[in-house]
Design a protein around this ligand. Structure first.
Ligand code: GTP
Ligand code: MG
Length: 452
């Protein structure tokens, strides 16, 4: 589907403000007419032409380079004209005003990419990767986004979908002809073998996607612990600045504090909280309530303890409260006073790291541990970026295949398996955009920048 009839849109595609060059992009069926009025006709496709961009009286608004991409061989699949003029906000405004006169309208955020998706130029995850490339907070994230844009993720999904379709065809055949030639298609292990292989492949893809999502979205780390153990000192040390007030008075932090930082390209949101204890002070009590409420938004809790005292009853209570809601790292702080070992400690239940927030001892190990917890292993960077939306779809596909497997081996119910296979295929199709809704597209593309 290319060259869909529709209106013609334009926007500044380069950054706002003064610059050497500004690029205005125009896409849609009116491009030939616009070129006629503005630059005296269409340039040859893909060949730069230096020309004046003129107003209704034939006076030059600006002079620059015009590039034409004929439909369907363009980014959006429509006729596209790119005008590279001088990077003056005033000239850009004049040029856009002239385009409006010529029947063009201003593009909404992400509208060029949305058209590219609708015209089958990109899958939905590739379109998302464009935004992720632009927004990447580190070179690792930019490289992973680039690989997504090149279709690494979509190809993995497509391969899985093809295998699912083949299995659906086979399963539905087995339902329609249950004992053809006296062969028990459902029970002979063939379907189960294929299903297991698909589930394994999906599991591998999910673990890669979790890494890709961490790289893009990072981790939310909630710092919890008793008063005075050094939670705020930990936050300040990781953030490399004195964000939180630190004193030797127990109960210093009363509110929830957020700090954004990144460790080797891994974005982190650190949340400092009030020390957990029973208190009659209503303000502090509210702080404690808020601290506990943060658990449900955490990707990981950093439970800080004073290494001299170890895990006490209060800490055990926190662990019980967290239960299986999210992973926990115990930060054994103040090793300068305890004489404890810095860094990762073996032999404990769960992850323990000895640190000193005042000197920074043990923080290299902590950084390495957090990267590993996010699934970022420096030797094997994530193969692509992923979003929560993708993780959710992959999880639903995995759940459907797990249920399908049960239906097959426990109930020998081919129809029920076939339905779960269909659901799994549908979930995967949401990632690449085979199955979408207008709401979803609206939500995705509205977060893009204008001109992309
Ligand atoms: N010697 C030593 N003192 C530390 C260390 N970390 C923090 N402290 C001190 O311990 C005291 C409490 O530190 P904070 O960071 O305010 O502790 P907190 O857990 O945020 O306390 P609340 O906000 O009251 O819950 C301060 O006097 C810090 O200087 C450490 O590793 N070694
Ligand atoms: Mg504090």
């Amino acid at each position: 589907m290319t060259g869909v009839p529709g209106d013609t849109i334009a926007a500044l595609a380069s950054g706002a403000g003064r610059a050497g060059v500004a690029v205005v992009r125009i896409s849609g069926p009116r491009v030939p007419a616009v070129a006629e009025a503005l630059i005296g006709g269409l340039p040859r496709p893909r060949q730069a032409r230096v020309c004046a961009f003129v107003d209704a009286d034939g006076l030059a608004i600006d002079r620059g380079v015009a590039l034409y991409f004929a439909s369907p061989a363009s980014f959006t699949g429509e006729h596209v004209l790119e005008l590279q003029g001088h990077g003056s906000p005033v000239l850009v405004d004049m040029l856009l005003a002239r385009l409006l006169e010529l029947g063009v309208r201003l593009a909404e955020p992400g509208e060029f990419s949305r058209r590219a998706f609708l015209n089958d130029k990109l899958s939905l995850d590739q379109a998302e990767a464009i935004a992720d490339t632009i927004e990447a907070g580190s070179s690792a994230a930019a490289r992973a986004a680039m690989r997504s844009l090149e279709g690494v993720f979509s190809r993995e999904i497509d391969t899985l979908v093809e295998a699912l379709i083949a299995l659906r065809v086979y399963t539905e055949g087995a339902i329609d002809f249950p004992d053809e030639d006296d062969v028990d298609f459902l029970g002979d292990g063939e379907i189960e073998r294929h299903l297991t292989a698909i589930r394994q492949r999906l599991a591998d893809l999910r673990s890669q996607a979790v890494q890709g999502a961490s790289l893009r979205e990072g981790l939310r780390l909630v710092i919890l612990g008793s008063p005075n153990v050094g939670k705020s000192s930990l936050l300040n040390r990781l953030a490399r600045r004195d964000t939180a007030i630190v004193t030797d008075i127990a109960g210093t932090t009363r509110d929830v504090l957020h700090e954004q930082l990144s460790i080797d390209g891994l974005p982190l949101t650190l949340v400092d909280t009030a020390g957990l204890r029973e208190t009659d002070d209503p303000i502090e009590a509210e702080g404690v309530r808020r601290a506990k409420a943060e658990i449900q938004h955490a990707d990981r809790v950093l439970l800080v303890i004073d290494d001299r005292h170890g895990l006490g009853r209060d800490e055990q209570a926190v662990l019980t409260e967290i239960d299986a809601r999210c992973p926990v790292t115990v930060i054994a702080n103040k090793i300068d006073l305890s004489g404890g070992e810095a860094g990762l400690r073996a032999g404990f239940d769960g992850d323990w790291i000895g640190v000193c927030a005042t000197t920074g001892a043990g923080f290299d190990a902590l950084a390495a541990h957090l990267k590993q917890a996010a699934g970022l292993n420096a030797d094997t960077p994530p193969a692509f970026v992923a979003r929560r939306r993708h993780l959710d779809a992959l999880a639903r596909a995995a759940k459907a295949l797990e249920t399908g497997h049960e239906r097959l081996v426990v109930d020998a119910a081919g129809e029920l398996l076939a339905e779960e296979l269909r659901l799994a295929q549908h979930a995967l199709g949401e990632i690449t955009g085979t199955f979408t809704s207008d709401d979803l597209l609206g939500a995705i593309f509205s977060s893009f920048c204008i001109g992309k």
